[in-house]
Design a protein around this ligand. Structure first.
Ligand SMILES: C[S@@+](CC[C@H](N)C(=O)[O-])C[C@H]1O[C@@H](n2cnc3c(N)ncnc32)[C@H](O)[C@@H]1O
Length: 320
């Protein structure tokens, strides 16, 4: 399936692209958002776009070339975007965009192993150079660790039962395919949970994907770099697709836009008043897709867009 960019106009409008600005798309995918940024740039503007997936870089290059505008694609994890840009002499940028998760063509390609509906190898790596795939997580983690992953990253109440069923199934040999895993998960769930909306294996697949790609850790690292890399007047917009991502984005942006500093990695963290905030909250309520977009693109259903602006002329304590 072609990737239909989610919240495209809303995100690009929020970035308020300046013709001669420097922009970064941290999640290139098939280039929908990058193309829209390039179309608004003049010949002195610049776009840097990151992706860990070489297929995303290869497939979006011709599309972006058609705009005739200057861009540079960087095959790297966005966790390292600050260092990658600084290595290229870029100290600050006017806008940063993140559209998190897996792109639709990768999700639908059975050989990438993301889908619980289509048979494929248990892979789930966005970055094919990662050492551990879903196969390693599913077949080598102990029952307790597996249960923790499914509960924390899948937010599944039946995580312990699912982990137990996976470990039992492994006694007959390794679990090799997506559909094998999906069947084990479905069978482990209670009839009440199975009857709920959505595929019963969705949360377990989400959990394993997050674990394989260290999705929350790399998101936190990128969020930490955003305030340092934004130029005064610069903006950052992030589209997230599940509550774990959104919570990290909300907390990071809140700590920048309110008179608060929030403890990292701690859901019960306390808030410490600081001096005048250096950032403006552009989305006190997250922007969600219109009803029209929701009905045209099912994958947009859970999307939330949040954005901030770095104020001009205010020095943040952490920015000195
Ligand atoms: C939802 S898609 C982006 C779609 C894009 N906005 C478009 O319009 O085509 C997310 C992309 O980000 C990439 N990605 C996810 N996590 C990443 C990370 N930590 N570093 C770099 N790229 C990442 C994925 O490989 C995927 O191609």
């Amino acid at each position: 399936m072609e990737h239909v960019p989610v919240l495209l106009h809303e995100a690009i409008d929020l970035l308020s692209v300046k013709e001669s600005g420097t922009y970064v798309d941290l999640t290139l995918g098939r280039g929908g958002h990058s193309e829209a940024i390039l179309k608004r740039l003049g010949e002195n503007g610049r776009l840097f776009a990151f992706d860990v997936d070489p297929a995303a870089i290869a497939e979006s290059t011709p599309r972006l070339e058609l705009t005739g505008k200057p861009f540079q694609l960087i095959e790297a994890n966005f966790a390292t975007f600050e260092a990658e840009l600084k290595r290229r002499g870029v100290k600050e940028v006017d806008g940063i965009l993140m559209d998190l998760g897996v792109s639709s063509p990768d999700f639908d390609d059975p050989s990438r192993g993301f889908s619980y509906m289509k048979e494929g190898p248990l892979d789930m790596r966005m970055d094919p150079t990662l050492k551990e795939s879903a196969f390693d997580v599913v077949n080598s983690y102990g029952e307790r660790r597996l249960g923790d992953v499914i509960r924390l990253y899948g937010e599944d109440y039946e995580a312990r039962k699912i982990a137990h069923a996976i470990v039992l199934a492994r006694e007959n040999g390794p679990i090799r395919t997506t559909t094998e895993l999906a069947e084990i998960v479905v069978a482990a769930k209670s009839p009440k949970e199975r009857a709920k909306k959505g595929h019963p294996a969705k949360q377990t697949f989400q959990a394993i994907r997050i674990e394989v790609n260290h999705e929350l850790d790399v998101l936190e690292k990128a969020l930490e770099s955003i305030p340092r890399m934004l130029a005064p007047g610069g903006r950052a917009a992030v589209i997230s697709f599940h509550s774990l991502e959104d919570t990290l984005v909300k907390r990071a942006f809140r700590s920048l836009t309110r008179n608060e500093k929030v403890g990292r990695n701690d859901p019960n963290s306390y808030l410490i008043p600081t001096s005048s905030p250096a950032f403006l909250d552009l989305t006190p309520r997250p922007i969600v897709p219109s009803l029209a977009e929701q009905s045209e693109n099912r994958r947009s259903l859970s999307a939330k867009l949040r954005a901030i602006e770095k104020k001009k002329g205010v020095q943040d304590e952490g920015q000195a």
